[in-house]
Write a protein that binds this ligand. Sequence first.
Ligand code: GBH
Length: 492
Amino acid sequence: MSSSTVHSTFPAGFLWGSATAAYQIEGAVREDGRTPSIWDTFSHTPGKVLGGDTGDVAVDHYHRWRDDVRLMADLGLSAYRFSVSWSRVQPTGRGPAVQRGLDFYRALVDELLAHGIRPMVTLYHWDLPQELEDAFPSGSSAGGGWPERDTAYRFGEYAGIVADALGDRVEMWSTLNEPWCSAFLGYGSGVHAPGRADPVAALRAAHHLNLAHGLGVQALRERLPARARIGVSLNPSAVRPLTASAADQDARRRIDALANRVFTGPMLRGVYDDDLLADTARITDWAFVQDGDLRIARQPLDFLGINYYSPAVVSAAEDTQASEADGSSAPRPDGHGASAHSPWPGADDHVSFHRAPGELTAMDWPVDPTGLKDLLLEYTAQAPGVPLYVTENGAAYDDRPGTGGQVHDPERIRYLHGHLAAVHEAIVAGADVRGYYLWSLLDNFEWAYGYSKRFGAVHVDYATQVRTPKSSAHWYAKVAASGELPGEPATD
Ligand code: GBH
């Protein structure tokens, strides 16, 4: 590739940020009127999270937010993406807001702005108030939550509450983080909260998340000043066929429908594609989609957020023996490979998953930045004129402090370098990418993996809560300060 003297210069004004999510960092789960979310319940259910870890304390950000903002300022970051805990600001998921909950986020935002850091608020990063999951609006015996239409309307109201509280000081708003995970890991495979495993519930959840997104955008538009920028963060799958055969290409098409177009269809085009409806026809007739829903889901967007970690490789279904042989069917808590239940309604008889080539991170996710470039160019074509942000990208490695206390993480520097180079290549090829949010600012509660996986640019000693920027944080700070990516990662 390029020699170390060649630098890639990012556009002026490009945002250099980091990202977090409420349940992964805040802790203080019983303070100031907060009530349990589905992740509190799930993490306290034995066997659901590795090591029995919970977000009860997490990295204590609810008390250490001032220090954490200082950390970002010291690193010279210009942007920060965080999520609001719904059950902290509207504990039952309906009715009046709790002022102390809102005050926390107002103070956080003011501190960010005082340090010249632009906040992006994500309204929903997977932590539904438990009371909404327990509500049975249509008399369903399985439970409420996202499979129920009412939840989408509750989200619209909640969006209005947060907009009223923060709209005078926050410009960038994202409705949902990765609705695929909420729907298909939460209600399909059950490896995420609320841990239900029901393919129909997963598809209903996907639809009601699309509806919630639309209602949320409407609520924000009604309240926010014209300068506000409203979007959504998706985790599109960079899905590739194993071979060029027609059968493998059809497997790719199926997963593209279930991973990507199930959200971008309604949100960008106001439709569920015919092939998605046909592929899932044996499971549901989609009667839960009511007249007008797709018009609501399709709202003009000011940006699209792309979260990317790793590509996926699929083929036409093989016999089980073959897929076991390449390790692709080992049970994993993130939806990769076969779990007891599938996150791919209707696709299992048709599709096999394979590990993409490349070095593996501590999640066993292959490192392949070309997937990010491909997605940025694909969504440039799919949403012409809509600016893109990489709202999450990063990697887990087994980081430990050395004898001097420093945390040396050259693998993460290489990962970030490769992916930032891919972003730059996409920009050169015509993608309008306006910023990059590293996942994550801090080591934190990595969902079903608990505290066993460290994604932070800043190391956290969970026993003492001491924060130590890793070498990748210092490296990223230099890139952010100069707006230039060196030709080689320079990991020492
Ligand atoms: C993000 O999820 C989350 O937004 C963030 O909270 C989390 O901490 C971070 O990433 C790291 O995990 O196509 O079946 O093979 C990303 C979760 C990881 C879910 C890859 C889909 C592949 C599923 N995604 N996974 S599959």
